[in-house]
Design a binder for this molecule. Structure first.
Ligand code: ZN
Length: 268
């Protein structure tokens, strides 16, 4: 984007930032499963990114939500985790954050197998609106404090914004230098088909079957696994774990004390 190039050329004004108290921050990181294995340096970098994320956009409460500082901190922490290495510019498209106390209703259009479009109303835990609003259910974020829960609603919606940074949410985000676009496409496509084949054959899906909805949901759900349950992603497909580790510039599996057998699956 032109303005990004200009800003690089002429320097940037220091961006506004909220100074998050370090004690509250480390307590939050210790109890949130996605953050518990971060190193001290990563926790500090995350704190700085979250401070800028909070200062850079309004947070709105909806549907009777009581929005506390602690809730905003937790949302900011999870929102900036995927861009810990990529940088906050990747979240520039997010202009505001709206939080509901619980899952919220969304009207949308859905095409049936005969090609007929229906108006349907669904319950959602999160949405990434194309004009830059991140919408979240607080109950679903709180449920994520349980390490047994596989979903990470904030990471999921942030992955959609990252995916859409090149104009389309299609499971193909703008890749970094040295990442092979053809291999990315081929590897994601074949794993997506493998998951759909398992579901068509009524076999137990190795990951959340919502990932089989379309390639954009596949990328978002795999990103949840990458940050939250990296061992399970390696079990499903070690090659996709490697793609995501290169793309996000992070290696969550090696941050934690994962069994050697899981780690060695990545070395082949
Ligand atoms: Zn989604």
């Amino acid at each position: 984007m032109l303005w990004q190039a200009l800003r690089r050329l002429f320097g940037r004004r220091p961006s506004p930032s909220v100074d998050i108290p370090r004690d509250a921050w480390s307590a939050l990181c210790r109890e949130q499963p996605e953050l518990v294995d971060l190193t001290a340096d990563e926790v500090e970098r995350l704190r700085q990114l979250a401070g800028r994320f909070l200062a850079g956009r309004p947070f709105y409460a909806a549907g009777g939500m009581e929005l506390t500082d602690a809730a905003q901190l937790r949302i900011a922490a999870l929102a900036v985790l995927p861009v810990l290495a990529l940088g906050l510019d990747w979240l520039e498209a997010i202009r505001s954050v709206v939080i509901y106390p619980d899952a919220f209703e969304v009207d949308h259009e859905e095409m049936d197998e005969a090609g007929v479009v229906h108006e349907v109303r669904d319950l959602r835990a999160g949405e990434a609106w194309s004009h830059g609003t991140l919408v979240l259910s607080w109950a679903d974020i709180e449920a994520g404090l349980d390490p047994e829960v596989a979903t990470s609603v904030v990471v999921h919606e942030i992955a959609h914004f990252i995916d859409g940074a090149n104009g389309a949410e299609n499971g193909f985000p703008p890749l970094g230098k040295g990442q092979d676009r053809r291999r990315w496409t081929a590897d994601f496509q074949s794993a997506f088909e493998r998951l759909n084949d398992a579901l068509d054959a009524d076999r137990e899906p190795p990951i959340d079957p919502y990932a089989a909805t379309n390639p954009a949901e596949f990328f978002a759900v795999l990103s949840e696994y990458f940050f939250r349950l990296p061992e399970e992603l390696v079990h499903f497909d070690a090659g996709l774990y490697r793609h995501l580790a290169t793309f996000y510039g992070q290696d969550p599996l090696h941050r934690r004390d994962a069994p050697a057998a899981v780690k060695s699956a990545l070395d082949v």
